[in-house]
Write a protein that binds this ligand. Sequence first.
Ligand code: CP
Length: 288
Amino acid sequence: MKYIIEAQNIKDDYKNILERAKFFKEKNIYPTLNKSCALFFEEPSTRTRLSFEKASRNLGCETYYIQGNFSSSVKGETLFDTFLSFKKIGIDVVIFRTSDIMFDYEALLELKLGLINAGDSTHEHPSQGLLDVFTLLEKTHTLKNQNILYVGDIYHSRVFRSGAYLFKLEGANIGVCGYPSFIPKDYPFMDKVFTNLDEAIEWAHHVIALRIQKERHKETYNLESYFDMYGITKERYNKIKGFLMHPGPVNRDIDIDGDLLYKEKSLIANQIENGVFVRMAMIEYVVG
Ligand code: CP
């Protein structure tokens, strides 16, 4: 069994995973894996949870959902002991969303489970990064020398940390734009840093808007002035040369003008749809 905790775990294999996702989408032919998959989610989710569940069922896997905050982890059990219990009960693959970024994942590997990180706090979200690359490649065919701009709460974004790494492997340039306090100081995959969104959009070919993760902030923000400074308004949308993306959930009229979500240049609905095929390919990959 293999594992995908961070995007870098699949740096040599992500192309094959994307090819398989393309095959599933185009041919509608799915293998039957006959495995048992557990989805263990400690944080809320709509898209990731449901599309992993659909992906697992499409592959003929017995699929179990465990709501993390109703599991024995709330009584103090560690992730290792929880996952060991899954293993002993007969689970082959664990797809997990955890609010803990300090877990010892090297120890988890000893359990010889297939492991897929479905978002660990502010750290990584490899399936979202993969489906974002898949979705943009579907439209552009190459990302070499394309300027991809992430705008918003970069600091707290696990989507950004996985996506920027994978977009760089495709030869893209990564720009970030947000309040200075929203920009990480130590992340290596940022080619351009902007605090002015209009200048950033001039530079960008494609724009990925991110949600302010209010649940992770101690401070409060004036969301109206945020939208003026960093929101995708109709005027800014018209200036985007390529495509607009957002991993969801969208805060309408804060991240993006609500009228624009499913307009011509927006790939937001495509991202959701592609999530199932990419996650099927990820499950197949970890099962080996
Ligand atoms: N993009 C994403 O992770 O969405 P959910 O939180 O709804 O799963």
